[in-house]
Design a protein around this ligand. Structure first.
Ligand SMILES: O=C(O)CCC(=O)C(=O)O
Ligand SMILES: [Fe+2]
Length: 348
């Protein structure tokens, strides 16, 4: 069969492995968690935040408090009333689904190249000890626009590019609204985080495809990690669960709310808030029945900007926790390779 042309495990997409019912050794969790029934975690309560209320001056105090409380405990919330209809979100879901449903040869036109993270591929191998994630991905830079590498942007389905452009333009505005609201929720000047974040901030999109896995008891869709972004906006699969967050040392399942966007703090916002907002550890479990597709968009400060804890969040009772850092995403991958939590590199 054609598969024999692909010699090593890693050059096969997870989609192909799933079709063959294969689970290579490299995907099996061997740590203390190995053998755990990942999916049996309890549901987690994730607060809902109404974005419309955050921006209305009269009604906002209560909603700002909800936002502050969510981000300083679990580090995530479900955004509703964010200005995009469920029909539009479904369009984004559908474009992603159609892309992953294309024949292998068609998707391979967008293959990631060695030494780069952009394009279509499976888990990036950063270290020889790495246990692989049961997922195929398409990773794209969407903003600033002049940094888009269109050769990796699918032309099939026909409206993929237009839909991604429209979706991320809307998210760009949403991120601004959120950064302002976050600053206000902490009684800081409204532009406090936006100024650090920069106008030429980076936005990347990761389309995650998780095929059914024959051994969900031993294999994860994504290993536990915290995001290297400032803010992550996740469009969940409408029907299939898989995401879990760690809170109070317990894994909890993130519920699906079809019209909501799941927003979580990334390491860079934890740094800017001097640890008040928490960048949560999360992971994705697999299941043997149904595929799952999600779209994660990462809002990242301009890489050459120095970011640091806001002045107003450092005082005698709350000493400064983090150093000034620049180009955090590079540092992130370096630490990840060493099997450490990247944000530790920024600790004073
Ligand atoms: O697919 C998901 O539910 C989460 C993906 C994720 O954590 C990521 O892409 O960083
Ligand atoms: Fe993540």
């Amino acid at each position: 069969m054609a598969e024999s042309l692909f010699h090593t495990q890693v050059s096969k997409s997870v989609q192909q492995l799933a079709l063959n019912g294969e689970v290579p050794e490299g995907y099996i969790q061997k740590g203390s968690d190995g053998g755990v029934k990942y999916a049996s975690a309890p549901f987690m309560e994730i607060p809902l935040v109404d974005i419309g209320l955050l921006t209305s001056p009269s009604a906002s105090r209560e909603e700002l408090e909800k936002l502050r409380s969510a981000l300083s405990s679990g580090g995530c919330f479900q955004a509703i009333n964010h200005g995009m209809t469920e029909t539009f979100l479904d369009k984004v879901r559908e474009a992603s689904k159609q892309f992953f449903a294309l024949p292998v040869e068609e998707k391979q036109k967008y293959n990631r190249q060695v030494g780069s993270i952009e394009g279509y591929g499976n888990d990036m191998v950063l270290s020889e000890h790495q246990i692989l994630d049961w997922t195929d991905r398409l990773y794209l830079t969407v903003s600033p626009e002049e940094e888009r590498k269109l050769k990796f942007w699918p032309e099939n389905p026909e409206d993929f590019r237009r839909t991604l452009h429209e979706y991320t333009s809307k998210l760009h505005l949403l991120i601004e609204v959120l950064l302002e609201a976050m600053a206000r929720s902490l009684n800081l000047e409204e532009n406090c985080f936006l100024n650090q974040y920069g106008e030429q901030s980076l936005m990347t999109a990761r389309f995650n495809f998780y095929p059914p896995c024959p051994r969900p008891d031993l294999v994860l869709g994504v290993k536990p990690h915290a995001d290297g972004s400032a803010i992550t906006i996740l469009l969940q699969d409408k029907e299939v669960e898989g995401l879990q967050f760690l809170k109070d040392n317990q894994w909890g399942r993130a519920p699906i709310i079809p019209q909501a966007l799941l927003i979580n703090v990334g390491d860079q916002l934890e740094i800017m808030t001097n640890g008040i907002f928490k960048s949560p550890l999360h992971r994705v479990v697999t299941n043997s029945e149904r595929e799952r597709i999600t779209v994660a968009v990462f809002g990242i400060p301009k890489p050459d900007r120095e970011i640091e804890p806001a002045q107003g969040l450092v005082d005698d009772t709350r000493p400064r926790l983090y150093k000034k850092v620049k180009n955090y995403v590079d540092l992130y991958f370096k630490y990840y390779q060493l099997g450490k939590r990247p944000i530790e590199a920024a600790l004073i």
